[in-house]
Design a protein around this ligand. Sequence first.
Ligand code: C2O
Ligand code: CU
Ligand code: CU
Length: 535
Amino acid sequence: MNTELPPFSRRRWLRYAAAGAVAALSPATWPLLRAAAPPSRDACATDGDFTRPLPVPGADGMYGRLAVGTQPLALRATATASGFAFEATAAGGSYVNPTLVVAAGTTVEIALSNALPEPTVVHWHGLAMDTRNDGNGESLVPPGGRFQYEFTVRNRAGLYWYHPHPHGATAGQVYRGLFGLIEVEDDDERALRRALDLAPGTTEIPLILQDRRPGDADRYAPAPEDELLGWYGCLPHVNGTLRPHLDVGARMYRLRVLNAANARTFRLAVRRDNGTPLPFTLIGTDGGLLERGIRCNEVFVSPAERVDLLVDFAGIAKGGFAVLETRRFDPMQAVPMVPAREPAAEPDAHGHGRSAPVGSVADGAPLDLLQFRIRDSATSGSRLPAQLSRLAPVPASAEDPRPLRLGFAKGRWRINDRVYDASATPVVVARDATETWLLRNYHASAPHAIHLHGYQFRVLERETSPDWLVPLAVDGRGRLATDLGAKDTVLVWPGESVRIAIDFHHPFPGSQVYLVHCHNLEHEDAGMMLRVRVG
Ligand code: C2O
Ligand code: CU
Ligand code: CU
């Protein structure tokens, strides 16, 4: 089914906001926003151009695969000509934002040195970690300083990532390019690669999605509207390259996708050259492989989420192509309409709405991300194993769910009416408890990608989802295909409630402090984050 949605809701949100719902948010800025110069479309209008090859991580260089665990790693955060990056020299190679490859169960030692002109710290997103190693931003590494991490990788195989977490400055550092991938490997992972004849760098390829604005990576300067809604660009980058192409064989490929965007959610689909969808198989989520693959035409991937996809190009003739795209959606569908003050602007052919800030297109705008060019006509013989892995049973809790209300008040996005306070711990969980959390997003809100540090959780149910989302549910509990795996980040749409189950067991001595926050990085930096103590 093809649900074409009304385009472009930023204006609707702004109207809603201007109508008084968020009157506390420096009202003086609204007239300014309306008076802003029209976006420079030229810098954004590069659709249809897939001239640059996709950089595929190799044995060194940008995103190069670096095995860790055998010896200590030195990671240096540094300013480069094109932004910020982590650099490492190891095993005779030099790496920029290395992909850390590690076997489950390994203990790693990583020395971070900070050669940036500002404080930073590294957080290992998705990994089970004690507070000292979590890099939650409550202690920082000053310019010229060092920090020694040492931890055991306790997670299942999967694609995780590392990124800075200095509170209030996370968004700018990530946008400038300071992050990398972590691939945890185990026996399930190796069995899958064998069964499907997959090899990292040729038929298994990470895709790091990030939308950017024209100009230097250093040009991160959010206006009040960006701080409210998030920093959106108009130029979709994959693996650091604008709208690239990848030559592929007519066979099965594994695409391991990370949404590294500050704020944008991708509604990922693959389209054949004749415009019809090319279905794919979802085999994994944030915390690793699903038990079984699920056929999909599309998946939503919000900031920090990962999806593991198998795409088979065997049905496309040599010389043909396919395009990875993000499809149109309306992120504010549940926001009640308020009387318009002025006619809504229609987005142009590139989806560039006139009220989006210069150099950006709104969340939900359709964009082409990556072109696959089919270079041979071999056919795929490999079969997906029926069982990919086993997930721990969903933890059951006897208690009432703990509510986390997501909303906006007094000029700030809030969780349970609070903003982040390093000296307050509003969520206290008993040692070894399992809990159900009820993430409730208000109608007059925005999509929030809620992330919990230190744990993988399971999605139990979605309720009061936006009407257009309901047809994508794969079961009677309103869950999406991506809700069936282990998760550390879950998108909650306006008006929606999402029930999650968390097993808070941890092996560390004493109590540990984690964070729960929105991974829209502008929301996070503005304080949409709470401390969680696990006894
Ligand atoms: Cu991806 Cu608190 O982080
Ligand atoms: Cu995290
Ligand atoms: Cu948010």
